[in-house]
Design a protein around this ligand. Structure first.
Ligand code: CA
Length: 475
């Protein structure tokens, strides 16, 4: 707890919030600390929201958030797959600083496997500042009871601990992973379809919240596999003539409905304007069903399709509406942004890797052009650095290091490393310096084995398309 207190030098929050019992008066309440809702989806592709241009998967309610706020066209996460990306979001720090570089192996009996307990979560900060704190849905930051959300700064949790879950809430992994409400098991008989159950939990938390500001981490496991939907949501994608994508789209339709219900409730309660809502995906879209739009690759890769995600932020009372922000931002920025929104000044800002985005969101003001963003996967088997228009990427899939100019070549087709050796050298130096600050991974996962298999499949398929004569020439 002492480390948490270090963060908090200014606590304007609680006093004015708890004295403000009448949230019906919007003009008064907008001077209070905002409610904050972080909607995180799972494996949703960059293009699979209307606000980025989707024409088959329709997301009118998510788009409404974007219309009331800012769309980040260069919005990144800090890892191309689930658990490490979430560790970065919760801590505001590159997760490789504390060994969380792979998915946490499911092992509820092992008290060493989870985001290290001395890392401060954003939920700790918000709770300390007087917020009510709610976690809903997928966690994936450790399965041992010590690592669960209600032990890490959240007052209440309803969800499951691991990386994926059937949408009916039936216990998995021999009954060791199940839906739970804090420490209590939740019977599948009380559940309907997890996306709806998570939405309903969010609605009841908001209704019952009272006068305190609240911080809600709403972590839908959709549209991650398994491919489960309902008739209501399948009806929304009856026009998609590819089975997998139509189910994936239906899962997103479930999220979209939930987001709409939540915004409607906030509006009815007259607290929408002073509620900051962020929507993003935890990593790039899944290989088999998602559309990552103009970007190369998918979940698991450090090409843009693996790390650039649908990302929007809305806070009608305070930030401009209907704008696009085109400079690079990263999910790590949310920590500092939420703190600033709540009026909390970090006493140890150097500990954070992200920045408070709020001063940048009026696009006439400062720019983030010169910032450098980093990614490291599997202890450096893969990495990437982005600075300005340039991106250096060492890809294990391709077994080479490449340089791209994302302004000229957003699709990452033309490797210009041989034309720009000085840029390669500069970005490599930056990477090595950053890499020197990191820890080795504390556990491992099958990512590198999957990379090998996936690339072998792609190559085999490409090769099979050739005549026998040309197959001999394919390397
Ligand atoms: Ca994911």
């Amino acid at each position: 707890m002492s480390k948490i207190l270090l963060y908090l030098s200014v606590l304007l929050v609680v006093a004015c919030a708890s004295n403000q019992s009448n949230q019906k008066d919007e003009t008064l309440s907008t001077n209070n600390p905002p409610n904050i809702i972080l909607v995180l989806t799972d494996d949703q592709g960059y293009m699979d929201v209307g606000f980025n241009g989707s024409e088959d998967i329709l997301t009118p309610n998510i788009d409404a958030i974007a219309e009331e706020g800012i769309v980040f066209t260069n919005g990144y996460v800090s890892h191309p797959y689930c658990s490490p990306s979430r560790a970065g979001i919760m801590t505001g720090r590159y997760q490789q600083r504390f060994g969380h570089e792979h998915n946490v192996p499911f092992a509820p009996e092992d008290e060493t496997l989870g985001t290290p307990l001395d890392e401060v979560f954003i939920s700790h900060i918000m709770k300390e500042a007087g917020y009510a704190t709610y976690a809903i849905g997928k966690w994936h930051l450790g399965d041992h009871p010590l690592y669960l959300p209600h032990k890490r700064g959240f007052d209440k949790w309803f969800g499951f601990s691991g990386g994926n879950m059937n949408f009916w809430g039936f216990p998995q992994k021999g009954g060791r992973m199940h839906m739970q409400r804090n420490d209590a098991l939740v019977s599948p008989k009380t559940l309907s379809y997890l996306t709806d159950d998570f939405t309903n939990e969010a609605l009841s938390n908001i209704k019952d919240n009272g006068a305190k500001p609240f911080f809600m981490f709403l972590s839908y496991n959709a549209p991650h596999s398994p491919d489960h939907a309902t008739l209501e949501y399948l009806d929304k994608t009856a026009h998609i003539e590819y089975g997998k994508r139509s189910v994936y789209g239906a899962m997103i339709a479930g999220i979209d409905k939930g987001v709409g219900q939540i915004v409607d409730l906030l509006t009815d309660m007259n607290i929408r304007d002073n509620t900051l809502i962020v929507f993003l995906s935890d990593n790039g879209g899944r290989l088999d069903a998602a559309d990552n739009g103009p970007y190369r690759g998918h979940k698991g890769m450090l090409f843009e399709g693996g790390i650039r995600v649908p990302f929007t932020l809305s806070w009608p009372a305070k930030i401009p509406m209907g704008k696009k922000y085109n400079q690079p931002v990263i999910s790590l920025d949310l920590f500092a942004t939420f703190m600033a929104a709540a009026g909390i000044t970090p006493s140890d800002p150097d500990r954070l890797d992200g920045v408070n985005l709020l001063p940048y969101l009026d696009t006439n003001k400062q720019k983030l052009e010169d910032r450098v963003l980093y990614w490291r996967v599997a202890n450096g088997e893969e990495y990437a650095v982005r600075k300005g228009v340039y991106k250096l990427i060492k890809s294990a899939y391709k077994n080479k290091t490449m340089l791209f100019d994302l302004e000229q070549d957003h699709k990452e087709i033309n490797d210009i490393s041989s034309q720009k050796p000085e840029v390669v050298t500069h970005l490599l130096e930056l990477y090595e310096r950053w890499n020197g600050e990191l820890s080795p991974p504390s556990w491992t996962d099958p990512h590198m084995a999957n990379v090998g298999k996936e690339e072998a499949n792609t190559r085999a398929y490409r090769k099979k398309s050739l005549s026998k004569k040309e197959q001999a020439l394919y390397d």
